[in-house]
Write a protein that binds this ligand. Structure first.
Ligand SMILES: NC(=O)c1ccc[n+]([C@@H]2O[C@H](COP(=O)([O-])OP(=O)(O)OC[C@H]3O[C@@H](n4cnc5c(N)ncnc54)[C@H](O)[C@@H]3O)[C@@H](O)[C@H]2O)c1
Ligand SMILES: [Zn+2]
Length: 361
């Protein structure tokens, strides 16, 4: 097991990462909540069926009576309506200010349960038990909670740091490969933005990682989590450095939106990283052989490296709309080398469009 400390002053917490940890969650929760008797578990029926019993056994052993509140599977349930149902569920089980919320699932459950924990009775303690690769390396760290309202994602939310994160890498084995690839896009992003040695390690071991080989998988999750935690610790409220986590996301978000969210986040971000790097190549700041390494690694991870079939006019409109193109310039996170990116405020929007429309990176 690896322990990553997310250093945020009084709101600091630990992320425990490793194999077969879910059964021990009760023990760690007891350490930080010496006197609680109740806990509320928020999850979805599929994840509850797979891992609910294991988690609840450990909680009961430590004296936590656990009420389970189920949310149907799917991003469409990350909504204010579902949050309202969860508030009613918490009322029904007489949740108090000290009742911990346990969120077991992917980013959808984590964001939604985190939002409910942040707002019910002005804030309940939260423990995140991420069960997708994306949630283990990304959404469970950093304290962003949200629901979607109208056609926009994550537009209603609040920062609420958890007390504890337990990422059990064993749970990743039941994920479909497409979900593994989805998380690997963010993992590769961490190598690109911060850690060339990590990128090299991914190049050597991608097939073993996709086969869930331990302790390799634990190492990959832990190094990713440590990179995200390090960035969040320097910029908790996302006003500066945290921006570099958006490498690949400027185009990625626009592609997702233009596909009406049929293209998964990781796939869109993979294309976005290739295109951002291609822009940097055209500007003469990123050598082309490095772009080829990025593309090869993404392909090895089962991710796309070219623009998917989406309406380019919609992609461009989405970028103009929410990334605020000003005087023909747009902000991009661009690589200088593998392991090093910077925030470029004045990328020519015409160049970005040209690169997006080109099939020759
Ligand atoms: N808060 C943040 O900082 C942050 C960062 C990135 C993404 N997000 C959010 O995360 C969400 C996406 O998260 P996600 O990619 O984890 O998707 P998800 O939560 O929808 O999970 C993907 C699918 O995998 C299933 N699943 C989960 N764990 C499983 C397991 N162990 N075995 C089998 N199936 C399992 C889920 O039921 C779901 O069908 C989005 O809503 C996004 O906005 C938040
Ligand atoms: Zn992302």
């Amino acid at each position: 097991m690896r322990t990553i400390r997310v250093k945020l002053g009084k709101r600091s917490y630990e992320a425990r990462i490793g194999h077969d940890l879910l059964g021990q969650a009760g023990k760690w929760l007891r350490l930080i909540m010496p006197s609680g008797e109740k806990a509320a578990l928020i999850t979805n029926p599929d994840i509850d069926r797979l891992y609910g019993a294991l988690l609840k056994q450990g909680l009961e052993k430590e004296g936590f009576r656990t009420a389970t509140l189920l949310v149907p599977e799917g991003e469409e349930h990350k909504s204010l309506d579902t949050a309202a149902k969860l508030y009613a569920g918490l009322q029904a089980v007489h949740a108090e200010r000290t009742t911990p919320i346990l969120a077991m699932g992917g980013g959808v459950i984590g964001d939604l349960a985190g939002f409910v924990a942040a707002t019910y009775m002005r804030g309940l303690p939260l423990a995140l038990l991420p069960t997708t690769l994306l949630a283990q390396v990304d959404s469970s760290l950093g304290g962003k909670t949200a629901v979607d309202h109208g056609p926009v994602k994550n537009n209603i939310g609040v920062f609420h740091q958890p007390l504890l994160v337990i990422a059990d890498t064993f749970t990743l084995r039941s994920l479909p490969q497409a979900e593994v690839s989805n998380g690997l896009a963010e993992v590769i992003k961490y190598g690109m933005i911060r850690d060339s040695a990590f990128f090299n390690m991914l190049e050597k071991n991608m097939q073993k990682i996709r086969a869930f080989e331990d302790p390799l998988l634990e190492e990959v999750v832990a190094r990713s989590a440590a990179i995200k935690a390090g960035i969040v610790a320097k910029d908790e409220r996302d006003t500066g450095l945290r921006n570099i986590l958006n490498f690949g996301h400027t185009i990625g978000h626009a592609v997702e939106a233009a596909s009406d969210f049929k293209i998964r986040h990781g796939q869109a971000v993979a294309t976005g990283m290739v295109k951002a790097s291609a822009i940097a190549c055209r500007m003469g700041i990123f050598p082309r052989p490095r772009l080829l390494r990025l593309k090869n690694l993404l392909l090895e991870a089962g991710l796309p490296v070219t623009m998917p079939r989406v309406d380019m006019a919609r992609v461009i409109a989405a970028m103009e709309h929410d990334k605020k193109v000003q005087n023909g310039k747009i902000r991009f996170i661009l690589p200088r080398s593998i392991g090093k990116v910077f925030i470029a405020d004045d990328v020519s929007f015409a160049l970005a469009v040209e690169v997006m429309e080109s099939s020759d990176d």
